[in-house]
Design a protein around this ligand. Structure first.
Ligand SMILES: Cc1cc2nc3c(=O)[nH]c(=O)nc-3n(C[C@H](O)[C@H](O)[C@H](O)COP(=O)(O)O)c2cc1C
Length: 339
């Protein structure tokens, strides 16, 4: 069953970003529903170690959680979905029909299925039947873009087809495949989908603040929203949005010291979890995350220069202490000048 709260906030699946550590962090900040990054049906069936890392989750803190699969072969997708259910027991299986990456599209996966509705339907219905037979009651959900390009926007047709196949909830990212991540998400199309099908539609694209969440709730007719890139730099967006929806007040962003504590804590967990390559490799893989976390911080340029070669948690802690010192000393210095 999908026991979503009134207006659920979803953390968008993001490859290389939404691992178990970040998912737990966002959950603690109020994200209601989590999804793993996408994994290929073949990766699941070969049970490779990388894939295992992608789909592992903490059953105490990450539910409800879905494992997202991609692939264009109905039978292999169904077999993979059943294998995932036996392997890690997620709350739902999510099918990716939106990934724009060439490597995925070339193998008939992700958004390429938006161009081939009969195959998309076969993938969806074969997975729904297989999961229904082996794990009754476990829902299969989907995530789509609004079409392949601006001449073939077909999200409404795709959504109807998926609903007919037994897909139980649909996330719609309001861009075409051709757009990649450029331009703006088209929320008119998302609203049209939400107004057409009976299954819950989760709107996704360019939500950057608690106000955006409320605006889309009030205007797009969606059952919930999904937040991706904005959460990378500001996971507290979920908590802010929750409070805003409930009370009309937006809580302030965490203080600088609390932000650094969260950033350092995230890195510490990433280092502890790293199976190969040790601390240096773990910190290297965290650099893009550090850039996102520090966007908008005072002295950002200088800070990012230092973070671009940080190699250990101890080094990061030093940078954080120096930054806090600099920022805290600044107003005092300014006051002295004025006096
Ligand atoms: C780095 C990155 C990785 C992504 N990986 C996935 C993925 O594995 N599966 C998926 O369905 N979408 C993926 N997406 C798309 C996001 O889930 C989301 O649809 C998109 O970022 C738009 O939402 P936003 O404007 O809130 O970021 C990814 C996006 C980014 C930026």
């Amino acid at each position: 069953m999908l026991n979503d709260p009134d207006f659920p906030l979803f953390l968008a699946p993001m490859a290389g970003v939404t691992d178990t550590i970040f998912r737990q962090l966002c959950k603690a900040q109020g994200a209601d529903v989590l999804t793993t990054e996408f994994v290929s049906a073949d990766g699941i069936l070969h049970r490779n170690e990388r894939t295992q890392e992608y789909i592992e989750f903490d059953a105490q803190t990450e539910r409800p959680l879905g494992v997202q699969l991609f692939g264009g072969d109905p039978e292999r997708m169904a077999e993979a979905a059943r294998a995932v259910m036996d392997w890690v027991h997620p709350d739902f299986i999510d099918l990716n029909f939106g990934c724009p990456v060439n490597k995925v599209v070339a193998k008939n996966g992700g958004s390429s299925l938006l161009k081939d509705c009969p195959l998309l339907e076969r993938v969806a219905s074969t997975v729904v039947k297989a999961v229904g037979a082996s794990h009754p009651g476990v829902p299969v959900t989907g995530k789509i873009r609004i079409g392949w390009d601006d001449k073939s926007i077909n999200a409404v047709q795709i959504a109807r087809a998926l609903e007919g196949c037994g897909i139980r909830r649909l996330a719609v990212h309001g861009r075409t495949r051709a757009q990649g991540y450029s331009g703006e998400a088209n929320w008119d199309v998302i609203a049209e989908v939400a107004g057409t099908v009976r299954i819950p539609v989760i709107g996704n694209g360019d939500i950057a603040s608690a106000r955006d969440v409320k605006h889309r709730r009030d205007t797009a007719g969606v059952a919930g929203v999904m937040i991706g890139r904005a959460a990378m730099g500001a996971p507290w967006i979920f908590a802010q949005a929750k409070t805003f929806l409930a009370t009309g007040e937006i809580p302030p962003e965490p203080e600088l010291a609390a932000r650094w504590e969260m950033i350092v804590g995230h890195c510490r967990l990433a280092v502890a979890r790293r199976r190969h390559g040790g601390e240096r490799a773990a910190m290297a893989s965290m650099r893009a995350r550090l850039m996102a976390y520090t966007r908008g911080m005072e002295g950002g340029r200088n800070l990012r220069g230092q973070l671009s070669h940080v190699a250990s948690v101890a080094e990061l802690e030093d940078i954080a202490v120096r930054h806090l010192d600099d920022v805290e000393r600044k107003p005092a210095a300014a006051e002295c000048v004025e006096v």
